[in-house]
Design a protein around this ligand. Structure first.
Ligand code: GLV
Ligand code: MN
Ligand code: MN
Length: 407
């Protein structure tokens, strides 16, 4: 029994054309027309593979292959939205390897006791609507449906209106559903597997993640006649915060990573002192205590930077996901499958958030990583070699057959 690597490569190529960038990457933000085209293609492929497709209130897509008994399914999935100028592998690969698993089960007429379900989650990236993993968060009961519906993109468009516009506002309730196991294959997005010359990562868990939003209000004024001594420049305070956020990781050390990735400046012209600046702060660490310490330092940093410049800072710590260990029996099944697939593998921790993190809050979950060339991701250079993908897909397939119990 094997997956069809050539068919999988063909599907990666075909889905990757929707929203492709000239430099070989992908821009397919959640709930855009390209997202709709990607979804339409996936739904067609899922139906062609014999899956019963349903859509829930958050636009999550599920395709079920019946089992021999009416017991909870083995669910496999990920997302097909991307970051701007991102890559063709983040998320897409997990969904396509899940589909390939179903196609391979069909090829070999395999029957399983548990149903096998392919899941595609809405707005995993958090690039267009914040926070990330929004729809699996609603499904896990960690984010209120109403809050998710009211999330707005940078142009003020509401998530629920965009869901409706692209035709993916489904009727199924977005609530926790029982599953035997949730499996997600994903690119590593870091350098560990490649540096060790390995093909598969057996993922033990995902780090804790905290997102904050800072709004700094200074005094907008003319860049010429305003003497330096009376300025209250929001961007000068923001610049101190950007450097300070980097310093928090340096000072606390260990595995802590800190990033300011988004900055908006108003009025953002050469000849006005910036009046308002907003910026995002992303901090991650396996240990909750370290994130608590980092947050305390961030509070102090913002206070000091704003005081020095005579501006006002409003800091909103609006999203946090705890450290998430995966279910031992699912991790063990992934490990057995990695061995059986002949992949060179090791255990690994995820530094990126995934829908599996929220799914782990409601049932047994686990993940499979494949290497990222140069450790690069969330960029157009993102790449994983087909040989590594084939080992990962085989691992997913074998783990799914194991957990769904072949009859
Ligand atoms: C999801 O891509 C994340 O921010 O980890
Ligand atoms: Mn992803
Ligand atoms: Mn991503």
């Amino acid at each position: 029994m094997r997956i069809d690597a050539a068919r999988l490569a063909q599907s990666i190529e075909e889905l990757g054309r929707i929203g492709a960038t000239p430099r070989g990457g992908l821009t397919r933000l959640a709930l855009t027309d390209d997202d709709r085209r990607g979804r339409d293609l996936m739904v067609r492929w899922m139906r062609e593979a014999g899956l019963r497709v349903t859509i829930d209130q958050m636009g999550n897509i599920f395709g079920e292959r019946a089992g021999t008994e009416r017991v909870p399914p083995v669910m496999m999935g990920s997302h097909i939205d991307s970051v701007p100028t991102g890559g063709k592998y983040d998320g897409q690969l997990g969904v396509l390897c899940a589909l390939e698993t179903v196609r391979a089960l069909n090829d070999h007429s395999v029957r399983t006791r548990h149903p096998v379900t392919v899941a595609i989650f809405t707005n995993e990236e958090g690039a267009r609507f914040q926070p990330a993993m929004l729809a699996s968060g609603v499904m896990a009961g960690k984010i209120a449906l109403e809050d998710a519906y009211n999330a707005r993109d940078k142009d003020g468009l509401r998530l629920v209106d965009e869901l409706e516009r692209i035709g993916y506002l489904g009727a199924e309730p977005c609530v926790p559903r029982p599953f035997r196991a949730y499996l997600e294959l994903h690119i590593e997005q870091g350098p560990v597997l490649e540096e060790a010359g390995l093909q598969v990562g057996v993922v033990d868990g995902i780090v804790a993640i905290a997102w904050s939003r800072l709004t700094i209000r200074g005094v907008q004024d003319h860049a010429g006649p305003t003497p330096m001594r009376i300025r209250h420049d929001a961007l000068v305070a923001a610049a101190e915060v950007v450097g300070g956020v980097r310093a928090i990781a340096r000072e606390l050390g260990g595995d802590l990573v800190t990033t300011v990735g988004n900055l908006t400046v108003q009025p953002n012209i050469p000849n006005a002192i910036p009046g308002t600046v907003t910026l995002s702060i992303d901090m991650r660490d396996p240990r909750t205590e370290t994130l608590d310490a980092a947050r305390a330092r961030l509070d102090a940093l913002v206070r000091a930077a704003c005081e020095r410049e005579g501006v006002r800072g409003e800091l909103d710590h609006y999203w946090r996901v705890p450290y998430t260990p995966f279910a031992p029996d699912v991790v063990a099944a992934v490990e057995r499958a990695a061995v059986a697939s002949g992949a060179r593998h090791r255990h690994i921790l995820s530094g990126a958030g995934h829908d599996a993190q929220y799914m782990a809050a409601i049932g047994p979950a686990g993940m499979i990583f494949v290497p990222s060339r140069g450790g690069r991701s969330h960029c157009e250079e993102e790449f994983t070699a087909m040989d590594d993908i084939a080992h990962g897909a085989t691992t997913l397939f074998l783990a799914a057959v194991d957990l769904a119990e072949r009859v």
